[in-house]
Design a protein around this ligand. Structure first.
Ligand code: CU
Length: 140
């Protein structure tokens, strides 16, 4: 009996990383890409984020930001982002983000955008990102 309870408790751990606090900031200039942010908490096992899908966007790229030697911030495309078990991985302003290209005009501040995160092991996590305008304060 004790053994089966233990096993049940173990399997209740989430295998797939859990995403939270997702939002998409629209660009100030129409036609420019929007940026998606969220927090990820690693699941029971190490995994790797290999892609993000956003319906309506022509493409969604994971980007990292870094400071160059002369103090400029540049972005680079990331093919994959490691998500170690039980570890927080942030996609936040100034750091990693998802660049969303060519969103339809119908995507407006105040709406919700469904995003799908794809992991190397075939798992997926779905989340709803709050869409905000370029100048809006990030949601709590
Ligand atoms: Cu970018």
């Amino acid at each position: 009996m004790a053994v089966s309870i233990l096993a049940a408790g173990c399997s209740a751990q989430t295998a797939v990383p859990v995403a939270n606090d997702a939002y998409v900031r629209l660009a100030a200039v129409p036609g420019r890409p929007a940026a998606g942010y969220f927090g990820l908490r690693g699941g029971a096992k190490d995994t790797t984020l290999v892609g993000v899908e956003a319906p309506g966007a022509s493409r969604a790229e994971m980007h990292g930001s870094r400071m160059t030697a002369n103090g400029m911030v540049t972005m680079e495309s990331l093919a994959k982002v490691p998500v170690p078990a039980k570890t927080e991985v942030a996609f936040a302003p100034g750091g990693r983000h998802v660049m969303l290209f060519d969103l339809p005009q119908s995507v407006r501040a105040g709406s919700l955008m469904p995003l799908t995160l794809r992991f190397a092991d075939g798992a997926a996590a779905k989340l709803e990102a709050k869409v905000i305008a370029a100048g809006d304060v990030a949601p709590e």
